[in-house]
Design a protein around this ligand. Sequence first.
Ligand SMILES: NC(=O)c1ccc[n+]([C@@H]2O[C@H](COP(=O)([O-])OP(=O)(O)OC[C@H]3O[C@@H](n4cnc5c(N)ncnc54)[C@H](O)[C@@H]3O)[C@@H](O)[C@H]2O)c1
Length: 253
Amino acid sequence: MNAPTSPVALVTGAGHGIGRATVRKFRALGTRVLAADIDLAAEDLTADPGVLAAHLDVTDPASVEACIAGCVDRLGRLDHLVCTAGGDTGSPPNFLDETDDDWQRLVDLNLYGVVRCIRAAVPRMTSGGAIAVVGSVNGLAAWGGAPYSAAKAGLVNLTQQLAAEFGPRGIRVNLVAPGTVRTRVWDDQPGSPDQMSVLYPLGRIGEPEDIANALAFLCSPDASWITGVTLPVDGGASTGPRHLFGKLPHRTP
Ligand SMILES: NC(=O)c1ccc[n+]([C@@H]2O[C@H](COP(=O)([O-])OP(=O)(O)OC[C@H]3O[C@@H](n4cnc5c(N)ncnc54)[C@H](O)[C@@H]3O)[C@@H](O)[C@H]2O)c1
């Protein structure tokens, strides 16, 4: 374990994928971590004495409160909140087939789950600090999945609102919007996620470490004058279709 005065990050969704890579990135930077998840197989993470594990369900207010209070009790402070818990499971592909239950479930997880964590964390970030949230390119354009995408779009404005509100407390709030990232979420899809590389000017899909690096940067002193932004980390996909010209029958619109 690093010295008790070293910074502490609480990472939600730390059990898999982007969250797990984020724990490793923060550890490489010497930050102590509370790794929190609803499904935490954390043995390999907690082999590192700088990582403690906690159960967390971001859809349960009591669980969020207990987890974040427990972070301060166990690690002595809270400097960074990194919200990666989320996902788009179980909803039909078409808007007309999506039910109120789909909307409630996906907005509860992807938008309100972040709201709950930030509301519980900020009063405990008594030395200032940084909040970094994982949104999605789905929140910036039509990539499919209306409830999930609308929830992720809500994070864009939430980030601006909270950056303005908490700036005077020395707390920065930023959002990372990933494109396709190689995690288990693509395992049940037909084919390889690499087939989506064509959508990306940089010619590949993302790796969890690409997102973890951006989250760590936004929490670092190097980003000390950056707040309220949404940073696409998407291999250039949000530039538009220019990179496809020459591969399509017509050159420009
Ligand atoms: N993989 C992609 O292509 C991609 C693209 C854009 C955005 N994202 C976003 O990145 C984030 C991480 O996704 P990932 O691809 O690493 O998926 P993942 O399934 O590997 O990780 C998501 C994590 O969130 C946890 N989680 C789910 N519900 C939870 C809850 N109620 N409370 C606490 N933890 C919960 C899961 O157990 C898991 O560990 C998500 O917010 C997702 O929407 C992913």
